[in-house]
Design a protein around this ligand. Structure first.
Ligand code: ZN
Length: 416
């Protein structure tokens, strides 16, 4: 039918981001409206953004030129309507209000963001499109490599991945890198990563020098929070708490679309949060600290100690549970309950609209997510707010690339 959009709007207008310049805020508003509701007819964008048709036209023209938006084929019109059409020439402009616009994605074109997640046992490389979808990924195991040489080896292998995984030569916007520990995004420095023994490592500058790309670096808990705000559930944009459970345990908090960093970007260190009822001793001298109770390293070691798996691997433990080993299932449920009790403490403090818990077993199997929700206590207040990351097992590839994409969606005018 003439005048209908391919997908009608589904949620309220996307407001401009406060603090940006007017043009940057307008461009961001248009790009986010298309992200949330696209494909969209040009004529439907002004009311979604609260902008004038002329302002929207200026921004869509610039975003098309920058390759961030593209035009879809014109909807078919009946002959009478086509004869009375307002635009005849190709190209963007207010004269072609019904041509649907969408983010420039698809197998044949559109820019990509590269992602690098540096974990303790392995790194993950990825290529992600403007909708946060993974188009390529590769794991790079760290076994047998010294932490001191790791940055150079990761950089070399990542360069190979980027050359081999983009045969169509789609434009590369840059690289987002995410890792645990204390990371300072302003200058791309890893201030402290205990598990890898890194101190004051200028990771962003090294990656940028070797790859010749713009590079953004952030803590992975904040990176996942950004990915949830940009690509996940709409309520994450109002307020979001994220708890990351891996070899490193940390957290991030977002409000009104902004993820809190705090002075020196040190927010989110919850490694020594005391968990009620946990007797595990911690290197800090106390008992019941969150990281010492639930990290992947601790869980893997306990699985070996109980004779469930031969190596301290959470993946092996999850596989054992999936193939029917009740001891593996019991150990995973134990961890899930401890995580749930910690989540309840954080929910009490922050009262977010949604709480995302990134924990491998509960990402792969809903039963462990239910266990976390049950242990969080009062179901009415807490249980329904705890969710797994929207990207599921692709959470880290998506989140690392989002370290680059989140600033772009805040200010696309830097590319236009
Ligand atoms: Zn401790």
């Amino acid at each position: 039918m003439i005048g209908t959009t391919p997908h009608p709007p589904r949620s309220p207008p996307v407001p401009p981001t406060p603090g940006d310049s007017r043009a940057a805020a307008n461009a961001a508003s248009v790009l986010r409206a298309v992200l949330a509701h696209g494909p969209l007819a040009r004529s439907d964008i002004p009311k979604l953004c609260g902008l004038s048709p002329a302002a929207v036209s200026r921004q869509t023209t610039a975003l098309l030129r920058a390759g961030l938006l593209h035009e879809l084929p014109e909807p078919e019109l009946p002959p009478a309507a086509a004869g009375a059409g307002t635009g005849t020439g190709p190209g963007p402009g207010p004269g072609r209000p019904r041509i649907p616009l969408d983010l420039h994605t698809g197998p044949l074109g559109g820019p990509l963001a590269a992602g690098l997640h540096i974990g303790v046992p392995f790194s993950t490389f990825s290529l992600v499109d403007l909708r946060g979808r993974v188009v390529a990924r590769r794991a790079f195991p760290h076994a047998g490599r010294s932490p001191g040489r790791l940055p150079a080896e990761i950089t070399a292998e990542l360069g190979r991945f980027l050359r081999e995984s983009n045969p169509a030569g789609r434009p590369l916007l840059g690289l987002g890198a995410a890792l645990g520990g204390w990371v300072r995004p302003a200058d791309g420095t890893v201030v402290r990563h205990d598990a890898l023994g890194w101190r004051d490592l200028p990771l962003g500058a090294r990656l940028s020098d070797h790859l010749g790309l713009p590079v953004s670096v952030d803590n992975h808990a904040r990176a996942i929070a950004h990915a949830e705000i940009l690509f996940g559930r709409p309520e994450a944009r109002s307020s979001l708490l994220h708890l990351f459970i891996g070899n490193v345990v940390d957290a991030a908090f977002g409000i009104e679309g902004t993820v809190h960093q705090g002075p020196e970007a040190a927010a989110g260190d919850v490694a020594h949060l005391p968990v009620p009822g946990s007797p595990t001793p911690c290197a800090c001298g106390r008992t019941g600290c969150l990281q010492a109770s639930v990290s992947d390293a601790v869980l893997g070691a306990e699985a070996v100690r109980r004779g469930i798996v031969p190596d301290p691997s959470v993946n092996l433990l999850i596989d054992a549970a999936a193939t029917g080993d009740p001891r593996a299932d019991a150990l995973l449920r134990e961890r899930a309950r401890t995580v749930g009790r910690a989540a309840a403490l954080l929910l009490d403090v922050f009262n977010p609209a949604v709480m995302v818990v990134s924990e491998l077993a509960s990402i792969l199997h809903d039963g462990y997510l239910d266990e976390i929700r049950d242990a969080a206590g009062d179901q009415n207040r807490y249980g329904r707010r705890i969710v797994a990351p929207h990207a599921g097992p692709a959470v880290l590839p998506v989140a690392s690339a989002t370290v680059l994409l989140a600033p772009l969606f805040r200010d696309p005018s830097r590319l236009t």
